[in-house]
Design a binder for this molecule. Structure first.
Ligand code: NAI
Length: 722
């Protein structure tokens, strides 16, 4: 028989309270060993005459961060099935919840997933106000599997439980108290003594002994519960139409309400077993670890370099991006100077920043006091006079090489010697931007995505001359403004825009040959993207698209698909959503509707390019559209990997999800490419390149992997040049 590793400590005090401490550092993750140890400790304490009641607590001020995510997404056999049933019913319900002595959970730090589910089965919960509680399983493609689907609704009511479970929401101890999820709050240094007293009060009948699985007073009557569950179903279908696990979770909750909680527990265990092996779970778990991996930058984060203090930040340009970036920095409590070229543009920029912050306040993301405080950190200027003590400049002027070169040369004159010069350029090679600047070791790219105050990605571009210190400084800044940073090498379009440039190109190529604009956008949104390529082009604006496109044409002339469509539309004063006319027409509320006149421009572009219409393209299936738009993205991602522009393939997954909204439940662009298979992708690209030309031609890296049938991005041969 396998020996259980001891993961709990039982200590019995003179007051007759047994304290069981979970000891599985650093996060006290729950594992089979933790459960077996807990079971043993509880059974021992229940047997002992000197124990009247129990308190469960986590070591090092952390209750438990839940199950080990590395075990999700792995194939599970029959043994696992039995284990899950055992854990959920035999341990949590029959040993813990049904113990003959009251058990109190004393919660500090994280109580997530399985950790919180242990606490839910205790007879009372006491927490610190800063503790974090949540059933976060849905974010990994599974569902709470230790009775959380049954106990949480009974403790806090169905609507609040659904909100927490469906959104993987984390609550502070303070908010959990308001819901009735915890029974009392205690300061950290008094947590254990309050929990002890509470446990003894239950023994003395001064406080109730609550068995949450059979608590019914917070549950709505069946008919009402069904209405709430059906509403949750339709919201889940609308939010994530391609995902089934949220719906499975609602079914499991319903089972408990209709057929009783024990039946609900069994259905939950069955569902968990299925979901743990699903493709969605595998992709979401990959995404979770890929995001963590971005923090490690070989040769940078493993060096002993401390980030310098960045106090004052200047943003050049108060347009769409500059105002969003300024907002992000203000929310990170930085002093921000916003520079524009004239009074009118400056006041428009400052107004945009204020509107962004007010909208944050309206949504309850910041308090009114915080709004006032951060606004006092903002200053608008028209010259460089106040740049003498600036630590970081982010340039967000128009996408124009000579303007950017001039601006960078000016910065050198007015800023202190330590000041970092970052550009938010979408596509221009940073060596080009820095051509007129002497101190090129201080230059790097800080590429934000629109809207910059919300989008979670910061693509940091280091050139061959960027100093390590400057990189470390910007990485630290990215944490403070709550962005996930992906560090990439310098090239035209860097990683994100370069990968996705072929996406819009493929879309244009298809419509010029007969495919339908709106059908393409629909297929792409059905796949899970926030919007299709044409709706996106309208949003970004045609001028930005032309400016970026010219960089690609110059750099990769042999494989760029040249189209006259957007220039023709610009001639007609169509610039996208900003002019309320692009591929769509927009009403005052920015609601988009298809424009029948678009055909005119497409036909003109066809004539100029001498393109022949292929009637088959008007009948493309949604699947074919997805392939024809995303396989070229995988192809470009392969070139990026081959050139060592990205540190690791999973960084491109993160970049595609957080920068472009590629669905996280597909794992990111490379993960998805591997799921489809390099061989199939390569052969499709070869077929299309025979018909439509070099644009679709698979790159040598992809061909090699297709031939060897090896997953993309797992080799060490193409070592990063970063
Ligand atoms: P925008 O046209 O909205 O704003 C640019 C602003 O820069 C204008 O208000 C202009 O008056 C100002 N400006 C020009 N010269 C200046 C100077 N010397 N000093 C201070 N301000 C000056 O453009 P947008 O969209 O904000 O783009 C800015 C940069 O960000 C471009 O390089 C663009 O490629 C990049 N970018 C754009 C994204 C987008 O979705 N629009 C996304 C990511 C990057």
């Amino acid at each position: 028989m396998e020996k259980t590793i001891k993961k709990t400590v039982l200590e019995v005090g003179a007051d007759g309270v047994g304290i069981i401490t979970i000891v599985n550092p650093p996060l006290n993750l729950v594992s089979v060993d933790v459960f077996l140890s807990l079971k043993k400790s509880i059974e021992e304490a229940v047997q002992r005459d000197d124990v009247k009641a129990l308190v469960i607590i986590g070591s090092q001020n952390k209750f438990s961060a839940g199950a080990d995510v590395t075990t999700f997404g792995k194939s599970q056999g029959k043994k696992a099935h039995t284990e899950l049933g055992f854990l959920s019913i035999e341990f949590v319900t029959d040993t813990l919840e049904a113990a003959r002595k009251p058990i109190v959970a004393a919660i500090d730090g994280p109580a997530f997933g399985g950790g919180l589910e242990i606490a839910l089965a205790c007879h009372t919960r006491i927490s610190t106000s800063a503790a974090q509680l949540g059933l976060t399983e849905l974010q990994y493609g599974i569902l709470p599997g230790l009775g959380g689907t049954q106990r949480l609704p009974r403790l806090v009511g169905l609507p609040k439980a659904l909100e927490m479970i469906m959104m993987s929401k984390r609550l502070s101890g303070k908010d959990a108290l308001k819901l009735g999820l915890v029974d009392a709050i205690a300061p950290r240094d008094k947590l254990l003594s309050v929990a002890r007293h509470w446990a003894l009060d239950i023994v003395d009948y001064r406080r109730p002994w609550v068995v949450s699985l059979y608590k019914n007073d917070r549950l709505e009557p069946l008919a009402e519960a069904r209405i709430i569950l059906n509403l949750a179903r339709s919201q889940a279908r609308e939010r994530t139409p391609n995902l089934t696990h949220p719906l499975v979770c609602i079914d499991v909750i319903e089972e408990g309400i209709v057929a009783g909680p024990r039946s609900g527990l069994w259905k939950e265990a069955e569902a968990l077993l299925q979901l743990r092996q699903s493709d969605t779970c595998k992709a979401l778990v990959h995404f979770f670890f890929a995001q963590r991996a971005t923090l490690k930058i070989p040769g940078v984060t493993d060096m002993v370099l401390s980030p310098r203090n960045i106090n004052k930040v200047a943003i050049l340009g108060g347009g769409l991006m500059g105002s969003g970036i300024a907002t992000a920095f203000l929310l990170g409590n930085y002093h921000v100077i916003l520079k524009e070229v004239d009074h009118h543009l400056l006041s428009a920029g400052l107004d945009r920043v204020k509107a962004n912050l007010q909208s944050h306040a309206k949504k309850g993301k910041i308090t009114k006091d915080k709004l006032e405080t951060v606004l006092s950190l903002l200053k608008g200027v028209l010259d460089y006079d106040s740049f003498k003590d600036v630590d970081l400049v982010i340039e967000a002027v128009l996408e124009d090489v000579s303007l950017k070169q001039q601006v960078f040369a000016d910065l050198e004159k007015y800023c202190p010697q330590h000041c970092i010069f970052a550009s938010n350029t979408s596509s221009i090679n940073l060596d080009k931007i820095g051509e007129k600047t002497k101190c090129q070791n201080r230059i790097l790219g800080a590429h934000f995505f629109s809207p910059a105050q919300f989008m979670p990605l910061l693509e940091i571009i280091r050139t061959e001359r960027t100093s390590l210190q400057v990189l470390v400084d910007l990485l630290n800044v990215s944490k403070k403004i709550k962005k996930t940073a992906v560090v990439v090498g310098n090239c035209t379009g860097f990683a994100v825009n370069r990968m996705f440039f072929p996406f819009s190109q493929a879309a244009t190529l298809l419509i010029e040959r007969g495919a339908d604009i709106y059908q393409i956008d629909q297929a792409i949104t059905n796949f899970g993207m926030p919007m299709g390529p044409f709706r996106l082009a309208d949003l970004v604006g045609f001028r930005v698209a032309i400016a970026s496109g010219s960089q690609y044409i110059e750099k990769f002339p042999e494989r760029v698909y040249k189209s006259y469509l957007i220039p023709l539309m610009l001639e007609d004063k169509r610039e996208g959503q900003s002019t309320r006319k692009g591929f769509y027409l927009y009403d005052e509320k920015r609601k988009a509707s298809p424009d029948p006149e678009i055909v005119k421009f497409v036909e003109k572009a066809r004539i100029i390019s001498q393109v022949i219409v292929n009637p088959q393209l008007s009948r493309l299936s949604a699947g074919e559209i997805v392939e024809m738009l995303f396989f070229p993205v995988v192809n470009e991602a392969c070139r990026i990997l081959a050139e060592g522009v990205a540190i690791r393939a999973s960084d491109l997954d993160i970049a595609s999800v957080l920068g472009r909204g590629f669905p996280a439940y597909r794992g990111g662009i490379i993960f998805w490419g591997n799921f489809i298979g390099s061989r199939y992708i390569c052969s499709r690209l070869e077929d299309w390149s025979k018909v439509y030309g070099k644009f679709f031609e698979p790159c040598p890296y992809l061909v090699e992997h297709a031939m060897n049938e090896t997953p993309l991005g797992t080799e060490t041969k193409h070592a990063s040049r970063l």
